[in-house]
Design a binder for this molecule. Structure first.
Ligand SMILES: Nc1ncnc2c1ncn2[C@@H]1O[C@H](COP(=O)(O)OP(=O)(O)OP(=O)(O)O)[C@@H](O)[C@H]1O
Length: 262
């Protein structure tokens, strides 16, 4: 993914409160989540390093999405802690968790995340405008991300006027435009054929690496997991292997973020 022709350098991502030197960017300890009589997570420990890309795998119903939602502050665990840098997410109220998600995390889902009535560029600019970035600047940065993801010329198209793969690349741009510390993706290629899915994974891992973000991705698909630097397996609410891995070094392109690396 090339730097945009204009070579703009967008403002650096907002400063983020880090943890102690050498500590993981994201760290879960003893996370338990129950839904009524179902224990979806039964005491899970996970560490994700800065720049690491982690595939979360496991059988249907094993707890993968619940783990992702707890790591991302979407669900509050019943027990245990989740720390993002120096922040203990569990101590935040719902409003602050929502602000943290908006400012420090990015999300790519299988579908449904784009607003159908807005053109691609506005879908990508929206998270910036919600942070108070003025519309012209937000639009400029959104257009840079779209161009970097191979979507130059398609800024004005609404999601329904894009292919599935193009729409997912718009979703990748939207997830990365704010300079998040961690991007969470839940089956981001689940609705795509294999070759389009590979294009989206190339875009997602390339953009994430270029932005210096970590990636936590839920997938059933071995070929999708192969784009990540590490896999963890969830079974019956337990993580069966979560050894610290290497920084991301998958088959991603040598990408360059429009906003500059973190
Ligand atoms: N909101 C909910 N209410 C009740 N039970 C839930 C809820 N969300 C998840 N569960 C249950 O928790 C368990 C783990 O679900 P989860 O969605 O995390 O699994 P998963 O591994 O992501 O599954 P899949 O691969 O099928 O998406 C399952 O038994 C599921 O039925």
């Amino acid at each position: 993914m090339p730097r945009t022709a204009a070579g703009h350098s967008s403002p650096a991502p907002h400063p983020t409160p880090g943890g102690p030197p050498g500590s993981p960017r994201l760290s879960a300890r003893g996370v338990v989540k129950r839904f009524g009589a179902t224990t979806a997570l039964a005491g899970v420990d996970v560490d994700v390093a800065a720049g690491e890309t982690v595939a979360v795998m496991g059988p249907s119903g094993s707890g993968k999405s619940t783990l992702l939602h707890c790591l991302a502050g979407i669900l509050a665990p019943d027990a245990g802690t989740v720390r993002l840098g120096g922040t203990d997410i569990g101590t935040l109220n719902e409003r602050d968790r929502s602000l943290l998600r908006r400012r420090r995390l990015g999300f790519v889902f299988q579908f449904g995340q784009l607003l159908g009535e807005l053109p691609a560029v506005e879908n990508v600019a929206l998270p910036l405008m919600l942070q108070g970035v003025a519309r012209p600047e937000a639009t400029r940065r959104a257009a840079e991300w779209l161009a970097a993801l191979g979507l130059a010329g398609k800024e004005g198209r609404r999601p329904g006027e894009l292919s599935g793969g193009e729409a997912q690349r718009v979703a990748v741009a939207r997830a990365l435009v704010t300079g998040p510390e961690v991007v969470f993706a839940d089956e981001p290629t689940g609705a795509l054929d294999q070759s389009t899915g590979a294009d989206v994974m190339r875009a997602l891992t390339g953009a994430t690496a270029a932005a210096g973000a970590s990636l936590v991705l839920v997938t059933h698909d071995e070929q999708v997991a192969a784009w990540c630097s590490r896999r963890i397996h969830v079974r019956d609410g337990h993580v069966t292997d979560a050894a610290p891995g290497q920084p991301a070094a998958g088959p991603a392109s040598g990408a360059s973020a429009p906003g500059g690396a973190r």
